[in-house]
Design a protein around this ligand. Structure first.
Ligand SMILES: Cc1cc2nc3c(=O)[nH]c(=O)nc-3n(C[C@H](O)[C@H](O)[C@H](O)COP(=O)(O)O)c2cc1C
Length: 201
């Protein structure tokens, strides 16, 4: 499924291990049925009080106007590669339940929905690359996003392309080793900062 499986220290599900965020995509479209499955997966994630405080704007390449509008919100460093993705999705969180009444868990819930979406994509053999590098203000203006929603990320989706199609610096990042902090640096027991004894099994 992927040549860049996460080099895990402990076993995890193969779908989780296969997920990573490429920048090289082929032009193969993501089918409408696949797009529906991605969003259905997001729909069925958990959320505080089942509030489902999320909305998505879907921009397949064939919808040139929507695609170009969303692409234009990305910072140049992301546009360089994301312009080749066959699908862009804007993810927004409903951060205000009503004027002056914030939902403190809205970003958590949206992130969880996006994780569901990305894992569903992996199961379909396609890939997701989330981006914070875009202008929320430009997106809000372009798509008339209401005040209670905060545009949070733009998500590129598609089939895996070749690193050779990327500009040199991005090509190197595409094939670089994938790394993570060790569990012991962020999983604690009775004292904050001291690794949980559970890790020594
Ligand atoms: C909230 C969020 C914002 C991100 N923003 C960007 C971005 O603007 N540009 C980019 O190239 N990658 C972006 N990424 C991708 C991360 O750099 C990537 O997920 C991280 O390096 C781990 O790599 P992996 O997803 O391949 O495991 C973002 C990821 C997340 C979750």
């Amino acid at each position: 499924m992927s040549t860049r499986l996460s080099p895990t220290d402990h076993p995890i599900h193969e779908i989780l291990q296969a997920r990573w965020s490429p920048r090289a995509f082929t032009s193969d479209p993501v089918s409408p049925a696949q797009i529906r499955s991605l969003l259905e997966a997001a729909r069925w994630s958990a959320s505080g009080a089942n509030g489902q405080p999320w909305s998505f704007i879907v921009a397949p390449r064939e919808d040139t106007q929507t695609f170009e509008l969303l692409l234009g919100t990305l910072v140049e460093a992301n546009q360089v590669w994301a312009k080749n993705a066959p699908l862009l999705i804007l993810a927004a969180a409903q951060v205000l339940r009503e004027p002056g009444k914030p939902n403190p868990w809205a970003l958590y819930d949206l992130g969880q929905a996006a994780a569901h979406l990305s894992i569903q994509a992996t199961s379909l053999g396609i890939y997701v690359h989330q981006m914070a590098g875009f202008s929320p203000d430009q997106a809000r203006a372009a798509f008339a996003i209401p005040e209670d929603f905060q545009p949070v990320t733009v998500i590129a989706v598609g089939s895996l392309g070749s690193p050779d199609d990327l500009p040199a610096p991005l090509r190197e990042r595409e094939i670089a080793d994938r790394t993570r902090k060790p569990l012991a640096s962020f999983v604690f027991g009775s004292t904050w900062g001291t690794p949980s004894p559970t890790l020594n099994g």
